[in-house]
Design a protein around this ligand. Structure first.
Ligand code: GH3
Ligand code: MG
Ligand code: MG
Ligand code: MG
Length: 311
């Protein structure tokens, strides 16, 4: 697989070998109405160990995308019956962002504006047929590299580095959209009680252990049905979609009791950690305003003696 041509840099070859290992896990969907073209692209891809899936038209491609999870790259021809490659890309991009799937357009059409058309409508790259094999491989490699980079950046932005639960950014991107404005939503804002004392008494590292353990407990309790995020320092937030403040408070209070009853195991020994919580339901207002009200209730819970949930 290593190009014999010495014009390829050492770095390129290293990159190529590294990719060959990973390519075996990468699914590529090849869409072309011509069997010959499809088989040719398949052959090039399989030469680099990719998993290849074929579709002979746009509709079939859309159906495969529905069924197969995690197709990383879509390579599509332009001229096809019913829907052409550009139309296909438009439809794919309605559902899949650039961090979900990468797209390369192919065509032997002489239309000079075709590459711009493909790229403007959501393709990452375009190749004019016939092409040199090495160019095909270089472009596939570059496209997948940028997909990896994008996915990497997204997961860094969405997951908190210390606790691994969602970030505040993710929380807002999930629940701050216009179309979710009228849906029933309650938020619970949690703040650990006397957390500074844990840091001061046992050190920052033990404080970190508590944060990790607490985040894990919260995520285990609510993460599979609701959005659980770290809001900042030792503050956490849960979005209870479809629940009113009464149901939310009941759930949160049960969790509070469990927390109090189960000390956390740390390198400084078992520690009982409690939290205070404010619960508010969205009521014709922005998410910020709901959180503001939850924060006021949280403050009330603190002044009323901590270790309680107030709605
Ligand atoms: P209260 O019951 O009123 O909430 O008191 P508290 O001590 O929990 O509140 P305070 O806001 O005074 O302290 C929060 C502390 O959390 C201060 C900060 O140093 C610490 N903290 C914030 N982020 C981290 C972190 O990532 N790791 C550790 N170990 N500590 C953190
Ligand atoms: Mg065609
Ligand atoms: Mg705090
Ligand atoms: Mg606190």
């Amino acid at each position: 697989y290593i190009p014999k041509d010495n014009r390829y840099s050492y770095q390129y070859v290293v990159k190529l070998i590294d990719r060959l290992y990973r390519n075996q896990q990468v699914k590529v969907l090849v869409v072309d109405d011509s069997v010959v073209s499809r088989k040719f692209v398949r052959m090039l891809l399989e030469h680099h160990l990719f998993q290849v899936i074929e579709a002979n038209d746009g509709e079939a491609a859309l159906a495969i995308l529905e069924q197969e999870d995690d197709i990383q790259l879509l390579i599509t021809d332009y001229n096809m019956p019913i829907i052409d490659g550009v139309e296909l890309i438009l439809r794919v991009r309605e559902k899949y962002n650039r961090e979900d799937i990468a797209i390369i357009g192919l065509s032997n059409d002489n239309d000079e504006s075709l590459s711009a058309k493909f790229i403007k409508n959501g393709a990452n790259d375009f190749l004019q047929k016939p092409f040199v094999h090495e160019e095909f491989h270089c472009r596939v490699l570059n496209t997948l590299d940028s997909l990896d980079m994008m996915r990497n950046l997204w997961s860094k932005a969405n997951r908190d580095y210390l606790t691994k639960i969602y970030t505040r950014l993710y929380f807002f991107s999930e629940h701050n959209s216009k179309d979710s404005e009228n849906a029933l939503l309650s938020v619970a804002l949690l703040d650990l009680d006397y957390f500074k004392k844990i840091n001061d008494t046992h050190g920052h590292d033990v404080g970190d252990q508590v944060l990790i353990e607490f985040a894990q407990r919260l995520d285990n309790a609510f993460g599979s049905n609701f959005t659980v995020a770290r809001f900042g320092g030792e503050e956490f937030v849960v979005a209870f979609k479809g629940l009113d403040d009464i149901k939310t408070t009941t759930l949160m209070d049960k969790f509070r009791e469990q927390c109090e009853a189960n000390p956390m195991q740390t390198t400084a020994g078992d520690l009982v950690v409690t939290f205070s919580c404010g619960v508010a339901t969205r009521n014709n207002e922005t998410l910020d305003q709901t959180l503001q009200r939850a924060d006021e209730l949280l403050y009330q819970a603190k002044t009323a003696g901590r270790n309680q949930v107030i709605r």
